[in-house]
Structures are given as C-alpha cells and as structure tokens.
Unconditional design. Structure first.
Length: 154
C-alpha cells in the first residue's frame, strides 16, 4: 500500500530500514497508537536520543517527525509519510497499517535514504555504519510500544 507512496517520493535509495509487527487491532487504531507514542517512548530510546543529541523525545511521533524536518506527504488514519533533506541526503519515512484477514493489522515502518552526490553518500555510509543498528532498535521498540497501546485500547 504505502510502499507505492515511498516508491513515488524516493524510488532510488542506498539505505532501506523496514520493520513490521502484527497487531490485534484495526489499522486505524494501530496507526493512531503509533503516532500518539512519545518519540522517546522508553528509557532505552530516550537514552539513544540523548546520546545522539536528538531533540524532541518528549513529543508524540506525529509532532516529532515534522520537528526533524520531515514534511508530511501523506497523513491519513492509516498512514503517515514524511520526506526531508539534510546535507545532501534525502530521507523518506513512513508508518502505516494494513488490514489482515483475521481482523487485525500489520503495522509497518520504512525509512529510505538517498544521497544526492558521492561525498554525501560516503558521509552517510560512515554515519549509518554506527547509527543503523540503533535506528533498527528504535523502530522495533516503537512498534512494540504501539502494539501494547493499540491492543490495550481494544
């Protein structure tokens, strides 16, 4: 579903980080729960933000992404996609949910990154070598927290 939106805003990329989780709730409930999470959703994520100097950990994800410079290109009850640029690197981030046949949802996040030129690509590769595993950890923790929140809503 939303992968097509990401394909339209960033079809070529050097880095792709995709995660998903099954949730026993509607797609709308899953996305609402995810976007209502604080960006620094737990002590581990908050500490990682602090170590990297990322401000806004107290903000809900819906407000956090624009603070990082990601402009919304899709914002519905089932999806959010934001796009931004920094130092020659274009970033697209999406969070969305698709209905499963059993009445639940599959909640997913995807981040894509494309460098505009070789110097930016080299800088980003070094950066991602260090930050990539922590970025994956943050997304897994966001998805787990969203599942707990969505399933507790009923």
């Amino acid at each position: 579903m939303l992968r097509f939106v990401l394909d339209s805003v960033l079809p070529i990329y050097e880095v792709r980080e995709y995660r998903d989780i099954a949730i026993e709730a509607s797609p709308e409930t899953a996305v609402a729960a995810a976007l209502a999470l604080r960006a620094g959703t737990d002590p581990v994520v908050a500490t990682l933000f602090w170590l990297r100097g990322i401000p806004g950990g107290e903000l809900r994800l819906k407000e956090f992404f624009p603070r990082l410079g990601l402009k919304s290109v899709v914002s519905t009850d089932r999806a959010f996609v934001g796009v931004g640029e920094l130092l020659g690197v274009r970033i697209a981030f999406g969070i969305w949910a698709e209905a499963r046949g059993d009445g639940g949802a599959l909640l997913a996040t995807e981040t894509r990154v494309h460098a505009a030129h070789d110097a930016a690509r080299r800088r980003f590769r070094l950066y991602w070598l260090v930050v990539g595993p922590f970025s994956a950890l943050i997304r897994r923790r966001w998805l787990s927290a969203a599942r707990r929140a969505a399933e507790s809503r009923g």
